[in-house]
Design a protein around this ligand. Sequence first.
Ligand SMILES: [Zn+2]
Length: 322
Amino acid sequence: MPLVTTTEMFKKAYDGGYAIGAFNVNNMEIVQGITEACKEEHAPVILQVSKGARAYANHTYLVKLVEAAVIECPEIPIALHLDHGPDFETCKSCIDGGFTSVMIDASSKPFAENIEITKKVVEYAHDHGVVVEAELGTLAGVEDEVKVSAADSSYTRPEDVQEFVERTGCDSLAIAIGTSHGAFKFTAAQCTRDANGKLVPPPLRFDILEEVSRRLPGFPIVLHGSSSVPQEFVDIVNRYGGKMPDAVGIPEEQLRKAAAMSVCKINIDSDLRLALTACIRQHFAEHPEHFDPRQYLKPGREAIKAMVEHKLVHVLGCNGKA
Ligand SMILES: [Zn+2]
């Protein structure tokens, strides 16, 4: 099947109590690792491209890589999504350039301005058969060019969501309930420690999610910044010369709970980066004589595939839903 929008995916996910994985793509090995996992697990998938990815790999290369994945995996629905579109022009360029979904992130703007920008993108997108994700509330953390300090982050106000969705016409909404971008989501001071001394992050605000869902029945909600930063991969990075002390993410069981509720799309990027980097660091430590990129990118691609498979089955619950 050709590239799809997320409309059908989200409807089934909402009704079925699971979420679709949205994974960021930056090169061929990442596209292949993700889509091979989804093909084997019969899972629908959203491949997303950030402004930083377009700057790194070039729009055309990324679109063509995703189109190749569509040809290689004809049995699974694949959507191509712009992650954190900063303005109308970037969204328009992706809509004109083959994307089936875009995010307009005007969440740092005042409420009225966020509505105005989002509405403009929605009108253009819908005229071209493309769907739009918007954002209300501000996540902390660092993602490409989006950097927000914990002090400037703010939870989504449930009393705002109905008016926002009605006035903008957006198709899905990213909300802030305590997830955060990057591999260092929380400082040690924000966390508690468990019996083994490991950092335990503050729990997600499920009360906010429940209130948002009550006000927007049937409406798909999106969680950004939802990597779990598994300790075993942080340990491999650190054991083989890396430096990621106190990296901490969102516990997977909390994401599973959100996926069973109104959350239909969960963004996972840092965990894939971590899997690839851990694998390559270990590979070089064990094979210092290797210099053919295929020697370390092949296991790196396998590491991404294994990480995605784990997420599909144990976090998102979307395996077998294609
Ligand atoms: Zn994000």
